[in-house]
Write a protein that binds this ligand. Structure first.
Ligand code: SAM
Length: 320
């Protein structure tokens, strides 16, 4: 009898040590890969590309341009295509001053399904095995993006929802204040993912910047959002490709993070805006070591008091 109850207590103790403690792992978390700024710059300067001239934007239709690119030449794709909704007639609804909106925003000439397949089907040839593609979509034409990517043989890794604080004013329906970001990979066995956060959620709540008195096309993404895609899915020195450069946000985020960029934009009127945006960005200016993004012990203690106690006791007993 005594033996049995001893065994039971032992078992209960073991179960207790294996118990899941929310937040405990966060105290021990480190990013998968991290580079100090010097190392990141060195990787940037020494990387080689199959593309003759990187850090360049070509002003042409991306479907034509992509056909001329070499096989397996890009490490990461960030694609924010026109969503197939008429923005140019709704600048006021979006609370944007038309004076600063660059003319000739290029919507889609073909039907949205054909347009989407025309560029997405070209991605797998250009992507390395390690490569990922973040594709932005509104909700209206999401089905075409999903089916084009599936028909092109890409694998959907995550369906991220980006929520922002304002959308077009509505009278008789909800204001749409989210985008879809579809994270695709070419090879489920080889894709690159740097886990720089302990608990990276697939819902991103990031503010849209409302920049007064700055000329831009009407659909500029926040730099922070593009940087997030770059940080999780590429290394310093990698080549980030954007078929729809718009204001050059991807180029700015890449240059600022010690990554190379390459891409297309059909609207030549955007050249000056893009050039200015890139020129005013210093190489590596937004780069930060990922360990600096970790929450402090004080923040973790506040969020997970029980895990903190256990973590602290463990640390102490390891020191003894
Ligand atoms: C949604 S905006 C991109 C905005 C960009 N992400 C930014 O943050 O500024 C889409 C861009 O794609 C361009 N575009 C449309 N069709 C294109 C095509 N076939 N090839 C290249 N660019 C195209 C439009 O002129 C527009 O600037």
């Amino acid at each position: 009898m005594l033996m049995k109850s001893k065994r039971r207590t032992k078992k209960a103790k073991k179960e207790r040590t294996n118990e899941y403690i929310p937040g405990l792992a966060a105290f021990k978390f480190d990013p998968t890969e991290d580079w100090d700024a010097g190392k990141a710059q060195n990787l940037f300067e020494t990387s080689v590309s199959k593309i003759k001239k990187t850090d360049a934007i070509r002003f042409e239709d991306c479907t034509l341009g992509m056909s001329k690119m070499p096989n397996e030449c890009v490490d990461l794709v960030i694609a924010d295509p026109p969503f197939g909704i008429n923005f140019s007639n709704s600048e006021q609804l979006y609370n944007r001053d038309p004076e600063y909106v660059v003319s000739d925003y290029h919507e889609v000439d073909l039907n949205y399904g054909d347009f989407t397949l025309s560029w997405i089907s070209k991605l797998p040839r250009l992507m390395k095995k390690t490569s990922s593609a973040y594709i932005f979509s509104g909700w209206n034409n999401l089905e075409y993006v999903l089916s084009a990517a599936r028909d092109s043989g890409l694998t959907l890794l995550n369906h991220i929802i980006w929520t922002f604080q304002f959308g077009a004013f509505t009278q008789k329906k909800f204001v749409s204040s989210h985008y879809h970001i579809l994270l695709y990979i070419k090879d489920p066995k080889a894709y690159y993912y740097n886990k720089i956060e302990h608990y990276p959620l697939d819902s991103w709540d990031l503010k849209r910047k409302y920049s007064r008195g700055e000329s831009k096309n009407s659909t500029k993404l926040p730099l922070e959002l593009v940087q997030k895609c770059i940080d999780f899915s590429s290394k310093p020195g990698d080549l980030v490709f954007d078929p729809f450069m718009g204001n050059g946000t991807t180029a700015v985020a890449a240059k600022g993070s010690y990554r190379h960029y390459y891409g297309f934009e059909i609207n030549k009127n955007l050249k000056k805006t893009i050039d200015n945006n890139i020129k005013s960005t210093k190489l590596g200016s937004i780069y930060r070591e990922y360990k600096t993004l970790k929450p402090t012990i004080e923040e973790l203690k506040k969020k997970y008091p029980r895990a903190y106690k256990i973590h602290n006791n463990k640390e102490k007993s390891e020191e003894d």
